[in-house]
Design a protein around this ligand. Sequence first.
Ligand code: ADP
Length: 495
Amino acid sequence: MLQNSNKKNDNETVLDKNLKMMSMSAIILLALFIYTLYKSSASINSTSYYVGVIFLFILLFFAIFLRFYKDKIKKFLPQNKFAQELQKASQKSSATTSVQENSEDSSIEAMTSEITFKDVAGISSVKEELEEIVDFLNAPKKYVKHGVKLPKGVLLVGPPGVGKTLVARAVAGEAKVPFFYQSGASFVHIYVGMGAKRVKELFAKAKASAPAIVFIDEIDAVGKKRSGSSNDEREATLNELLTQMDGFDGESGVIVIAATNKIEVLDDALLRAGRFDRRVFLNLPNIQDREKILELYLHKKKHDLDIKELAFNTAGFSSAAIATLINEALLNMIKRGDKVLLLEDIETAKTKVEFGKKEHKLLNSKQKEVLALYQASKAYIAQKPIRLFEEGIKKSDELFPSKSVLTQQIKEYLAGSIGVEVVQGEAYAIHTEDLHSAYELASVMVDEYKMEQDVQAFIEAVKSDLKSEIYKHTADVVRLKDILLHNEVITDNEL
Ligand code: ADP
């Protein structure tokens, strides 16, 4: 809603374009007509001359009339078609169990996206990665000529509300290609065979309107690892998706973008080469991103806010949460009968956002300190850059890892909690996934590779090594923690 008020209404833009085209055509036609007349005036009889000129003048007046009354005409047009369609699609997906096979709703329709990269604030590295796809869709010849195959599938991985859908829509908008939105859940029907049928229909339609973008939101609903027994319908749907993705090549102009926040639950077959082999990770926005998002949402709004400070104080907010925050604050401003957004509106809105939705983790300074310490210890032990809000450090993908490589991996998993324990003097319950991963890997080392005797004893040994290492280098860890608290990111040269 906010975004819409920031930019021109979609219909208005389309209307403006059409009016301009109409006026230009009328002027060009008129000029051509007069020129032809001038050149061959003898051979045109006077009736056709007058009819022609009158027709062109009517066209011109009609265009001018429409231009002046565009606001009234606009009211007769449906508002923001894309948003409406998207809303319809997501409503459909949330009602996963209601099968509407023969109603109009079940048909898959393309949408036109008016969103471009300009509407996506921050996350410049994500945009850069996707620009290649836009370029491919705009000028495929350039790539095909050199025999370059672009990925068929791009997987956007990140927590909710970080702009995965928005960025996919922006790719379609930049490339000016149709956008097919489907939520993974909408494929999972109660009737066997319906999901697969829907996947087939989706791909058939996308291929027919290629170049096109197919966007599958929450792909994990359909793409979870296959177990062979539990949910035949879901597995049949997943198999159909795999078949469809194998059934076209990069040159067909259909690019499938999928979004998930749980890449680890996805079936390996989906991640194999030739399917979703390109992955783009989106994290919670860092302080610079938040500043840009705030600037976008506060654009042309009267306010008395220090955007930099607000960016600092919204650590842990997703981009969507920031959008909601500003919206709520504006509502509060209206309630106060004011025209200038004040910090008190933000504060009131913050409590609403915080209590209204659990997923917006709003950290107080103590929690932020502990998290920074956790991440700083990991960065120190791994000697890799890290962000304050980032789930994990990238795993080593060596094919035949040595025992020391695996042990180092376990150390990296445990570094956070041990770092906090050493510096704070007691253990904190934070990021249990890292602990699980450490135990899981240790079990693989013990049970499968027989590198160690006992999981618990091995973990204890690694912990004790870590404790003495971090104890010796506490000053370094604390320095990194301070950088993280300030910049929310530790870069290579700060390590
Ligand atoms: P996801 O698909 O990751 O859950 P969405 O793309 O649906 O997140 O984002 C929800 C809303 O949050 C968007 O419609 C938009 O209003 C806002 N938003 C998210 N990311 C950004 C961004 N980078 N810039 C501006 N607005 C954003």
